[in-house]
Ligand binder design. Structure first.
Ligand SMILES: *[C@@H]1O[C@H](CO)[C@@H](O)[C@H](O)[C@H]1NC(C)=O
Ligand SMILES: *[C@@H]1O[C@H](CO)[C@@H](O)[C@H](O)[C@H]1NC(C)=O
Ligand SMILES: *[C@@H]1O[C@H](CO)[C@@H](O)[C@H](O)[C@H]1NC(C)=O
Length: 973
C-alpha cells in the first residue's frame, strides 16, 4: 500500500498532466497520496499540488532562470517559466535539473540563447520558446537535447537558422517556426536535413518567398505548413524537395501560376490546401501529377459553376471520404447540384453564402443519399430549416452541423430525412421558434446543441421522441419558464444545460421524466429560490448541480421550507458561488441537509454575513470547500464549523476576512491537504493549528499581514523548513513593511531578551548575597574609614569659611600612653590656659566615635598626636592623623603637632605607610626622658600650639591644665 502510494506521488518519468484537466479529477487522484515529508517553499516557483516535481514559476518578473532554478529539487520533471522577463539564457542555465522533461519559456523577452544554454537537459522532451524575441538560432544552442521531441519557436522574429543549429535534435518530431521572419525554405531545409524523426514542420506566417535552394526535406516529414507566406511561385527548390510530404498547406500565398507545381515531385501528396491563392486549379490538375482527390477545394472561388467541374474531376471507382467546399462563394445549390460527384461520406459546405440547403437529400443522387454520413454547413446564411416530412431519407447520416448561421425557425419534422441522426448542432443561430414537432422521429439522437439562440419557450412535446438523448444543451437562450413535463420522454438524458437563461422559478414538475439525469446546469439564471420538490424527480441520479450566479438570497438563519437539497443523496458537486446581486448573505441552518454524498461545494463570492456552526454538519464526505471572496460578510468563522468535515482535502478561504486560525475551527481537519488563506487579516499561523493539520501539503498565505514579532518565530522556522509547501515563502513581508520579510526577520532578540533579563535580574542578587557578608566581615572598618574620608573632604569644601574654634587642640593618643597624657601633658597645658579636647571628656556620648573624631579635629585649631608604637598600631589614631594631615595638605593649614614619646625606627614606620608619609614631611617634638630638658619641650609645644599661619588670626591664650582619661578601646564603637 505504502509502495503504490509512493509511486503515485513521485512519478519518475512521464509528463505532468496538462493544465486543462478538470480539477475534480485531479483532486481525486490525490486522494490516495501519502503526505510527503520534505522541506518546501520556493522563491519563485510553486510545485503542482497534484503532481509533484512539476513547477510553475510564471509571472514572477524573472530576468534570469537562475532565480527560479536555484532552489528547485534536482529531480524536477517539468518547469514552466512562461510570462517572465528573461532576455537571455546563459550556458548551462538549467544544468541543475537533468531530469527535466518539459520546459516552457514562452512569453519572455529572450533575444539570445547562448550556445550550451540547455546543456545537461538530455531528458528534455518538450521545449517551448514561443513568443519571444529570438532573431537567430546559432550553432550549439540546442546541444545535448538529444531526446527533444517537440520544439515550439513560433512567434519569434526569427530570420536566421544556422545550418547546424538543429543538428543535435536527433529525436525531433515537431517543429514550429510559425510567425517568424524567415524568407526562404532552403535554410530551414538545410537545418532540418539530418532530423530523421521530423514529422511536422510549421512555417506559416513567415516571409517565405522561395522554396530554395535547399536539400530535400527529411523522408519522415509528412506535414509541411507554408500558409500565409509570400510564395509567388515554388521556385528555387530542387524537384525532390517535397518528395515525401503528404500534407501540404499552401493556403494564403500568392501562387497564381499552376506551372509552378510542375517543377516539383508532388506524387505523394494526399492533402493539398490552396485556399487564398489566385490559381486556376483545373489547369493545375491538368498539368501536374497531383491527384484531384488530394486537393482541398476550399477557398478557390469555384462558384456554383465550378462545382460541377470539380465533381467530374473527382469521379472514380472508390467512394470519396470527404468533400470540402469551404469558402467558395456558393450562394445557391440547385437540386442535384452534387449529383455529378462521386459517392461521398462527408460533405463540408461551410463558409459559403448559402441561404438554404433544403432537405439535404435533394442535392444528391440516390447512391449518394445512401452513403452520406456527415453534413456540415457552418458559417453560411441559412435562415430557416423547412419541414422535410416525406423527403428522401439519408439512412447513414448521423451528424449534422448548422452552427453559425442565421436560422430563425425550424419547421416540423425538419430532420425527417435523417432518422439515424446522432449529433445535431443548431447552436449559434437565431432560433426563436422550434416547432413542437421539429425533432420528431430522431430516436437515435444522443446530442442536441441548441445553445446560443433566442429560444424563449420550450414546448411540452418538443423533446418527447428523443428517447436516446444523452446531452441537451440549451445554454444562453431566453427561456424563462419550464412547463411541467417539458422534458418528459428524455429518459436517457444525462446532461441538461440550461445555463444563461431567464429562469426565475422552477416548477415542481419541470424535471419530470429525467430519470437518468446526472448533470444539471442552471447557472446564470435568475432563480430566486430553490425548492426541494423540484429535484425530487432526479434525486436518485443527480451528481452535479450548478446554481452559480443566480439570484438566490437568504435573509434569515431559519428556513421556512424544508432544506432545498434534502433529496439529492447522490449529488457530489454543488456550485452556489456568486449569487447576484449581493450574494447569498446567509446560510440558513441545515441548508445542506441531505447531501450525504457531496464532495465539492463552492460558495465563493457570496458575501456571507453569517454562517451557522452546524451548516456543514451533514457533509461528512466533503473533499473540497470554497468560501473565497466572501470578505464583506465573514470575520472569524464560528467555532466547530468544520468539525464534521473529516474528509476535507481542499479548503479555499482566500479573502474571507479571517483574523486568526483557531483550533476550535481548524482542529478537526486531519485530511486537509490544500489550504488557501491568501488575502486575509492573519498576523500569524498558529503552531498548534499546523500541528493538527497533519496531512497539509500546500498552504497559500500571500498578502496576509503576517507580523515579524516574536510570536511568529515559529512561523519563520516553518516557512524555511517544513513538509508543507508554502507558496512563495520569501515574499511574505512584515505586515505592510516593504523590505522586511518574515523569513528573515531577526529572531535573536526574542531569545536574547529572556536570557538577558533573567541574567540581569538574578546575577547581581546572587553576587550581592555572596559578597556582602564577606565584605562586611573583612573590610567593614576600612570602608567606613574611607567613607569618612570622603565626608571629610566634602565637609572641608563647605567649611571653607573660617569659624570660631571650640578648642585650641585636640589631643590624639593611644590608651597605652594615657598615663603620660593625663599626668604630664594635660596638667601642663591646661595650666597654660589651653582648651583641650580629650575624647573621654569632650566626645558627645551617643554619636559614633568617628563623627566625634571628625568634629574634634575640625573644631580644634591644632591636633596633637602623641605618638608611640602602640599609637601607630591603632587604627583610630591613624584616622586622626590622617584627618589632621588632610587639612594640612588641602587646606594649607598646618594643624598637626607631633609628639614622639619613644623612638620609632624607619623600618618600623614603613609598615604604616600613611603615617610614615606624614612623619617624613614634618618635624616633630621628642619627649626627653631627661627631666632638665623637659621645660624646653613644654615651651616648644606651647609655641607650636599657638603658632598660626597667614590669614588666620592667631590667638595668644594661655592654656590651663586639665586631666584626661584613656579611651575605652581602639576598635570597638
Ligand atoms: C505554463 O503556464 C502557462 C500559463 O498558465 C500555460 O498557458 C502553459 O500551458 C503552461 N505550460 C505548460 C507546459 O504546461
Ligand atoms: C492568413 O491570411 C488570411 C488572409 O489574409 C487571414 O484571414 C488569416 O487569418 C491568416 N491566417 C493566419 C493564421 O494568420
Ligand atoms: C519575491 O521574492 C523573490 C525572491 O526572494 C524576489 O526576487 C522578488 O523580488 C520578490 N517579489 C516581491 C513582489 O516581493
Amino acid at each position: 500500500m505504502m509502495e503504490t502510494a509512493e509511486k503515485k506521488a513521485r512519478p519518475s518519468t512521464g509528463m505532468c498532466p496538462s493544465h486543462c484537466c478538470p480539477p475534480q479529477l485531479l483532486l481525486l487522484v490525490t486522494v490516495t497520496l501519502m503526505p510527503m515529508v520534505h522541506p518546501y517553499g520556493f522563491r519563485n516557483c510553486i510545485e503542482d499540488v497534484r503532481t509533484s516535481l512539476c513547477f510553475r514559476c510564471i509571472q514572477r518578473f524573472l530576468e534570469s532562470p537562475a532565480l527560479a532554478v536555484s532552489d528547485l529539487p534536482p529531480n524536477a520533471i517539468s518547469l514552466n517559466l512562461s510570462y517572465n522577463l528573461m532576455r537571455c539564457l546563459q550556458p548551462s542555465a538549467f544544468a541543475r535539473l537533468p531530469r527535466l522533461h518539459t520546459l516552457d519559456l514562452a512569453y519572455n523577452q529572450l533575444e539570445t540563447l547562448s550556445p550550451g544554454a540547455f546543456h545537461g537537459l538530455g531528458a528534455l522532451v518538450v521545449l517551448d520558446l514561443s513568443h519571444n524575441r529570438l532573431t537567430t538560432l546559432a550553432e550549439g544552442v540546442f546541444n545535448s537535447l538529444g531526446n527533444l521531441s517537440l520544439l515550439w519557436l513560433q512567434h519569434n522574429p526569427l530570420s536566421t537558422v544556422s545550418p547546424g543549429a538543429l543538428l543535435p535534435l536527433l529525436n525531433l518530431r515537431r517543429l514550429s517556426l510559425r510567425g517568424g521572419q524567415l524568407n526562404g525554405l532552403g535554410a530551414v531545409a538545410v537545418a532540418v536535413q539530418g532530423l530523421a524523426q521530423l514529422e511536422q514542420l510549421d512555417l506559416c506566417e513567415n516571409n517565405l518567398t522561395t522554396l530554395g535552394p535547399g536539400p530535400p526535406l527529411p523522408a519522415s516529414l509528412h506535414t509541411l505548413q507554408l500558409c500565409n507566406n509570400s510564395l509567388g511561385g515554388l521556385v528555387g527548390g530542387s524537384p525532390e524537395m517535397l518528395w515525401h510530404v503528404k500534407i501540404l498547406d499552401l493556403s494564403y500565398n500568392n501562387i497564381s501560376q499552376a506551372e509552378a507545381f510542375t517543377q516539383l515531385h508532388l506524387r505523394n501528396i494526399s492533402l493539398l490546401h490552396l485556399m487564398g491563392n489566385p490559381l486556376d486549379v483545373f489547369h493545375l490538375l491538368d498539368i501536374s501529377d497531383i491527384q484531384p482527390r488530394s486537393l482541398d477545394f476550399s477557398g478557390l472561388e469555384l462558384g456554383t459553376h465550378g462545382l460541377k467541374k470539380v465533381c467530374l474531376r473527382l469521379q472514380g471507382p472508390r467512394a470519396l471520404q470527404r468533400l470540402q467546399l469551404q469558402r467558395n462563394g456558393l450562394k445557391v445549390l440547385q437540386r442535384n447540384a452534387l449529383a455529378s460527384c462521386p459517392v461521398l461520406q462527408e460533405l463540408d459546405l461551410s463558409w459559403n453564402r448559402l441561404q438554404q440547403v433544403g432537405c439535404a437529400g435533394q442535392l444528391l443522387d440516390k447512391k449518394q443519399q445512401e452513403e452520406l454520413e456527415v453534413l456540415t454547413v457552418e458559417h453560411n446564411l441559412l435562415k430557416k430549416l423547412p419541414s422535410c416530412q416525406g423527403a428522401q431519407v439519408l439512412p447513414q447520416l448521423h451528424n449534422i452541423s448548422f452552427r453559425f448561421n442565421r436560422i430563425l425557425t425550424v419547421g416540423s419534422h425538419a430532420f425527417a430525412y435523417a432518422p439515424a441522426l446522432q449529433v445535431l448542432q443548431l447552436n449559434i443561430n437565431s432560433l426563436v421558434l422550434l416547432d413542437r414537432q421539429a425533432l420528431w422521429g430522431l430516436h437515435n439522437l444522443t446530442e442536441l446543441r441548441l445553445d446560443n439562440n433566442l429560444l424563449t419557450d420550450l414546448y411540452n412535446n418538443s423533446f418527447t421522441e428523443l428517447h436516446s438523448l444523452h446531452t441537451l444543451n440549451l445554454r444562453n437562450n431566453r427561456v424563462s419558464v419550464l412547463f411541467p413535463g417539458v422534458f418528459q420522454g428524455l429518459s436517457e438524458l444525462q446532461t441538461l444545460d440550461l445555463g444563461g437563461n431567464n429562469l426565475r422559478h422552477l416548477a415542481a414538475q419541470s424535471l419530470q421524466g429525467l430519470s437518468k439525469l446526472r448533470r444539471l446546469y442552471l447557472d446564470r439564471n435568475r432563480l430566486l429560490e430553490v425548492n426541494s420538490r423540484v429535484f425530487a424527480p432526479v434525486q436518485a441520479t443527480l451528481g452535479v448541480l450548478d446554481l452559480r450566479a443566480n439570484n438566490l438570497q437568504y435573509i434569515s438563519q431559519w428556513l421556512h421550507q424544508p432544506p432545498p437539497f434534502r433529496y439529492l443523496s447522490s449529488l457530489y458537486d454543488l456550485k452556489l458561488q456568486a449569487q447576484q446581486p449581493y450574494g447569498l448573505k446567509m446560510l440558513p441552518h441545515h441548508f445542506f441537509q441531505g447531501l450525504v454524498e457531496l464532495q465539492w461545494l463552492s460558495l465563493s463570492q457570496n458575501m456571507l454575513r453569517a454562517i451557522p456552526p452546524d451548516v456543514f454538519e451533514d457533509l461528512g464526505k466533503l473533499r473540497s470547500l470554497t468560501l473565497a471572496d466572501s470578505s464583506n460578510g465573514i470575520h472569524d468563522l464560528p467555532d466547530g464549523i468544520f468539525r464534521n468535515l473529516s474528509n476535507l482535502q481542499f479548503l479555499d478561504l482566500e479573502n474571507v476576512g479571517l483574523h486568526s486560525l483557531t483550533l476550535e475551527v481548524f482542529g478537526n481537519l486531519s485530511q486537509l491537504q490544500v489550504l488557501h488563506l491568501a488575502r486575509n487579516e492573519l498576523k500569524t499561523f498558529n503552531a498548534s493549528v499546523a500541528s493538527r493539520l497533519s496531512s497539509l501539503r500546500y498552504v497559500d498565505l500571500r498578502k496576509c499581514p503576517l507580523s515579524c514579532t516574536c510570536d511568529n518565530t515559529w512561523l519563520r522556522g516553518w516557512l524555511n523548513n517544513s513538509r508543507v509547501q508554502v507558496v512563495y515563502p520569501y515574499n511574505y513581508t512584515c505586515g505592510s513593511q516593504r523590505n522586511a520579510y518574515i523569513h528573515s526577520f531577526d529572531i535573536r532578540v526574542c531569545f536574547l531578551d529572556l536570557g538577558l533579563y533573567l541574567f540581569a535580574g538574578t546575577a547581581p542578587a546572587v553576587l550581592l548575597l555572596l559578597v556582602v557578608p564577606l565584605v562586611y566581615h573583612r573590610t567593614y572598618w576600612r570602608l567606613k574609614y574611607h567613607w569618612y574620608l570622603l565626608r571629610c573632604w566634602v565637609n572641608q569644601r563647605w567649611r571653607r569659611e573660617e569659624k570660631h574654634y571650640l578648642y585650641d587642640s585636640f589631643v590624639s593618643y593611644n590608651s597605652a600612653d594615657e598615663s603620660w597624657v593625663l599626668q604630664k601633658l594635660v596638667p601642663e597645658l591646661e595650666r597654660g590656659a589651653f582648651r583641650l579636647c580629650l575624647h573621654h571628656r569632650d566626645f558627645q556620648p551617643g554619636r559614633s566615635i568617628i563623627d566625634n573624631i571628625v568634629d574634634a579635629v575640625y573644631n580644634s585649631r591644632k591636633t596633637v598626636c602623641v605618638m608611640s608604637r602602640s599609637y601607630l598600631r591603632s587604627e583610630w589614631c591613624s584616622l586622626e592623623v590622617q584627618l589632621a594631615s588632610y587639612r594640612l595638605l588641602d587646606e594649607r593649614r598646618d594643624i598637626l603637632v607631633l609628639v614622639l614619646l619613644e623612638d620609632v625606627g624607619d623600618a618600623e614606620l614603613s609598615a604604616y605607610h600613611r603615617m610614615r608619609r606624614v612623619l617624613l614631611r614634618r618635624t616633630y617634638l621628642r619627649w626627653p626622658l631627661d627631666p632638665t630638658a623637659q621645660p624646653l619641650f613644654w615651651a616648644r609645644l606651647k609655641r607650636a600650639l599657638r603658632w598660626g599661619e597667614g590669614g588666620e588670626e592667631e590667638e595668644e591664650e594661655s592654656s590651663g591644665g586639665g586631666a584626661g582619661r584613656p579611651r575605652e578601646g581602639d576598635k570597638q564603637v
